[in-house]
Design a binder for this molecule. Structure first.
Ligand SMILES: [Zn+2]
Length: 380
């Protein structure tokens, strides 16, 4: 049986159709989870499925699934999310959902047996940008507690890289090894608030000065440990925060990401050691609390091997990398064999209206997804 091929025209048309919902004049998309646009996109997706003879289903969490009329029993799940960050791009999440729709449509049209063993999904609230959100991946987390999980034999998510590494390496396809661990540390220095004009320097216990020195040192330490480790100080406060008061306390949140948990632990230890030394020089004390810790996710080896084979089969430049961004696949991976494929992001831009991947690479990625679904079906 000749291998079916995805339709580039239909794939790109569907991407345009979805991007129009919540579309912005600058080419970006506003489709935050739960917004009118997000709900409209979910209805649109279900309508697209019906128009192609597929069966849509929305669960209690508002995940949108789709399958063929004959689907029964165990299924491979393929998909991503259709919600965006505010002023987001047209590809993050949307590409994986539309490619999944294209794969299921193509297999169904061809009467391929893999069609009935496949289910597609747009997960609810992956981005987690609402103030009341618990940090995203809401739909996939709910699915993992739903009886439907027992019918799912694996999960594959196709996604844009959202970084520059593939483009820089000249790679068109990457199998994702896993998702980096993410640790967040709250570090606080405590000194003594006092008059900013009348207090001589030797008598100051300036928690702000201690914290700014510690933050600068932390940036250097992060870069000295390993090329695989990244860190960010994206939250920094001085207390009481007045121009004429020496800060009595200061705090920062240091976020660390690495595929190696050793890097995360070692870096945090070194930063704390250095912060304590600096604080002592400034007459301050240090408090530390781990705010959150997301362990490293390693994707399923047999699923990764399958995807590698399919990617290499294209004859195009292929690689492997760790994702430094979170994905629904990270949640699913704890419960079913899971892996991801990335296509490049032009200039590494993402979560922005300027998100872009050349059409030909989008089509190639969807074809790889189709081949992966067929290969997985042949093996099970
Ligand atoms: Zn995404």
């Amino acid at each position: 049986m000749a291998r079916p091929a995805v339709s580039a025209r239909r794939l790109l048309n569907d991407l345009d159709g979805l991007a129009a919902i919540g579309g912005r004049p600058d080419g970006g998309v506003d489709r935050v989870a739960g917004s009118a646009e997000d709900l409209r996109a979910r209805r649109w997706l279900a309508e697209r499925m019906r128009a192609r003879g597929l069966v849509p289903r929305t669960d209690d969490t508002r995940n949108v699934f789709g399958h063929t009329p004959n689907a029964a029993g165990h299924r491979l799940l393929v998909g991503s999310h259709t919600d965006t960050v505010p002023a987001g791009g047209r590809l993050d999440g949307a590409y994986g959902v539309i490619a999944a729709l294209e794969v299921l449509t193509t297999l169904h049209e061809h009467g391929h047996p893999a069609a009935d063993a496949l289910e597609i999904v747009s997960f609810w609230d992956e981005e987690g940008v609402q103030p009341e959100s618990s940090g995203g991946m809401v739909g996939s987390t709910a699915l993992c507690e739903d009886p439907h999980l027992a019918e799912i034999t694996g999960f594959v998510e196709l996604h844009i890289e959202q970084g520059p590494r593939m483009e820089l390496a000249g790679q068109e396809l990457c199998v994702v090894d896993g998702i980096v661990g993410v640790d967040r540390h709250l570090i606080r220095t405590v000194g003594e608030p006092n008059h900013a004009g009348t207090t001589p320097f030797p008598l100051r216990r300036d928690a702000g000065r201690a914290m700014t020195r510690a933050a600068a040192a932390a940036h250097d330490l992060v870069q000295s440990i390993s090329d695989a480790l990244v860190g960010n100080i994206g939250s920094f406060t001085l207390d009481p925060g007045a121009p004429n008061v020496i800060p009595g306390a200061a705090q920062m949140v240091l976020e660390l990401r690495s595929p190696h948990e050793d890097d995360l632990t070692r870096c945090a230890e070194l930063v704390l050691e250095r912060t304590r030394a600096i604080a002592a020089e400034e007459g301050c004390s240090v408090e530390h609390r781990i705010l959150s810790r997301k362990p490293v996710v390693a994707f399923d080896e047999s699923m990764r091997t399958l995807l590698e084979k399919v990617c290499r089969g294209t004859g195009r430049p292929t690689g492997a990398l760790y994702s430094y961004a979170g994905h629904d696949a990270g949640v699913m991976s704890a419960h079913v064999p899971t892996a991801m494929v990335f296509v490049p992001s032009t200039r590494g831009v993402s979560h922005s209206p300027d998100e872009h991947t050349p059409d030909q690479l989008l089509t190639q990625g969807a074809q790889v997804l189709l081949e992966a679904v067929i290969t997985h079906h042949d093996h099970h």
